[in-house]
Design a protein around this ligand. Structure first.
Ligand code: UD2
Ligand code: MN
Length: 299
């Protein structure tokens, strides 16, 4: 019989720290989105994941506790693929983690960045030991498990080589898709803006092709805070995005370019320190925690 090693107490063995490079990673992965993915199957395949989508390695003590935050509305079929692929990857990476799906209530304009702010605060309410926050689109799956979902001494950009961009970085300051900051980095940039409604938020302002060069400093919050983006090797940071049309109520925001230029003026007052919202429901599902939230609507 197994020893109750997970239970705290005077007799619980102290597990060694998790290794920097986890053994048992497989490298390049085959990722495809052809046949539908029933949630029951994903649950069956991930018995070690605890209620709410929590996981702790059984054989070592990780240095960080990672909250994965997913902005969400009406993408259930994408979420099932995401859970199917990501749980085994994160497990192999020997992470202590939790999955938070931040579901925007209602049909007003979508606001990805504000949902991410909500995710940061709500994850910390669930577990104050979270010290690494990874913000991921629901439709992005890494193609290589050596792309470690951890935080470092600079903000980390994970999704650097996407199939839809020909597996290249679309432009130098690109920080979209999947990115991670530790708690102090996140607070240093005052989180994300709450005022970018619609498509083209802070993290992905690559909106018009050809304008990339003029938008090369796209994450002014990070550079204004004196930090630099860290990235994996281009051969490892590869991703597949599930093909999709633009959602309803997520139209490109025509003010996105002027807004980003004003970041220097607005970032102190608009961010994690000023986010207003109302949590409508927290529900712990077998593979993730769903937090449904009313974030209001654009003025
Ligand atoms: C790009 C960026 C994304 C973000 C966005 C601009 C990449 C790979 N991704 O994504 O990070 O900067 O541009 O806002 O560069 N979502 C819902 N329901 C909705 C609308 C959005 O769940 O109705 C969520 C979902 O997690 C989705 C994410 O928001 O993956 C980004 O929206 P998108 O996938 O429509 O935008 P996309 O692919 O152009
Ligand atoms: Mn997408």
């Amino acid at each position: 019989p197994e020893a109750p090693s997970a239970r705290p107490g005077p007799t619980a063995p102290v597990l060694p720290p998790c290794p920097d490079s986890p053994p048992g990673l497989v490298g390049r992965l085959l990722i495809e989105f052809t046949s539908p993915m029933p949630l029951e199957r994903v649950q069956r395949e991930n018995p070690g994941v605890l209620l709410g989508g929590r996981y702790t390695p059984p054989d070592c003590t990780p240095a960080q506790t990672v909250a994965v935050i997913i902005p969400f509305r009406h993408r259930e079929h994408h979420l099932r693929y995401w859970l199917h692929y990501l749980h085994p990857i994160l497990r192999r990476q020997r992470l202590r983690y939790g999955i938070y799906v931040i579901n925007q209530h209602g049909e007003d304009t979508f606001n990805r960045a504000k949902l991410l702010n909500v995710g940061f605060l709500e994850a910390l309410k669930e577990d104050s030991t979270y010290n690494c926050f990874i913000f991921s689109d629901v439709d992005l799956v890494p193609m290589d498990d050596r792309n470690l979902y951890r935080c470092g001494d600079q903000p980390r950009h994970f999704a650097i080589a996407m199939d839809k961009f020909g597996f290249r970085l679309p432009y130098a300051g690109y920080f979209g898709g999947v990115s991670g900051l530790n708690k102090s980095q996140f607070l240093r940039i005052n989180g994300f803006p709450n005022e970018y409604w619609g498509w083209g938020d802070w993290a992905g302002l690559f909106a018009h092709p050809g304008a990339h060069s003029s938008l090369a400093v796209l994450d002014p919050r990070i550079s204004l805070a004196g930090m630099k983006i860290s990235r994996p090797d281009i051969r490892i940071g590869r991703y597949r995005m599930i093909k999709h049309d633009r959602d309803k109520h997520n139209e490109p925001n025509p003010q996105r370019f002027t807004k980003i230029q004003n970041t220097k003026l607005t970032m102190k007052r608009d961010g994690i320190g000023s986010v207003r919202y109302q949590v409508l429901e927290v529900s712990r599902q077998p593979l993730f925690t769903n937090i449904t939230v009313d974030i209001g609507r654009p003025p």
